[in-house]
Each structure stands twice: as structure tokens, then as C-alpha cells.
Design a protein around this ligand. Sequence first.
Ligand SMILES: [Fe+2]
Length: 138
Amino acid sequence: MAHDLYRGLRGEDLNKTVRDLGLDEKYLDDPNLAHSKIASIMLREKYGVEDSDILNAVSFHTTGRRNMSTLEKVVFLADAIEPGRNYPGVEDIRKAAEKGLDEGCLCSMLGTIRHVQEQGAYLDEDTIEAAEFLKENK
Ligand SMILES: [Fe+2]
């Protein structure tokens, strides 16, 4: 319910929030990456959520990270393959998810890495580390 609370922030509103919350400048003009970090902080500060597993699941639902908890993987993968999702490669991720959480998450991360590199866009290092961690711990 909470992971995309700030998905709609754009432009100056987004950048002001990034600055006000003291987030890294890499989140400026990047709603894709910023909304998860903003939602996690606001859940804690505005909505009183204290469960660090929930806060981390929201914070890393876009990128993943090394050594994710089961809840983090569930939210990450569910977000990637929920029925409303329709993008190239989503069926491969759904098939991988049938084998297990780690398989699904890794397939999604590798797809993101490939896609972002093809676009020449910024690739968050948390995603690379997350994929490497899952490969090493297969
Ligand atoms: Fe999101």
C-alpha cells in the first residue's frame, strides 16, 4: 500500500522534497529512484511506521540491494510482475518467479541492468550489488 505513496512527485516538488529530506543529489530529477526513498522516510516521520523491515522494503523496492530480507524480495518482485505490468521481459520474470523469490528477483534485476545500460541512463549501484549477491548465493 505504501511503496508508491510519492510516485507522482515531479519537477520542483520532487527536487524540493529530495533537498528537504537531505537525500543524495543523485535523486534530483529522478522520480523513479527518488519516490521509494521519499516514501520510506515519510512513512517513518509522518505515518509513524517503525518496523525497519517495512521501511527497507519500501526504500529498496525500486533498486533492490545486497542481502534483502524475504519481505524486501516479496515487495520488489510483486511490484515488478503484478498483473498490471506489461513491459518487454515481464513474462520471463513471471516464469522465473515460479521457481522462487531469488530467481524472480535476479531475473528482474538483470533485466533492469540490461535495459538501463541500453538506454544509457543512470544505473543505481544497489541493483548491481543486489544481482551479484543473488548470483553468489544461488
Ligand atoms: Fe514504486
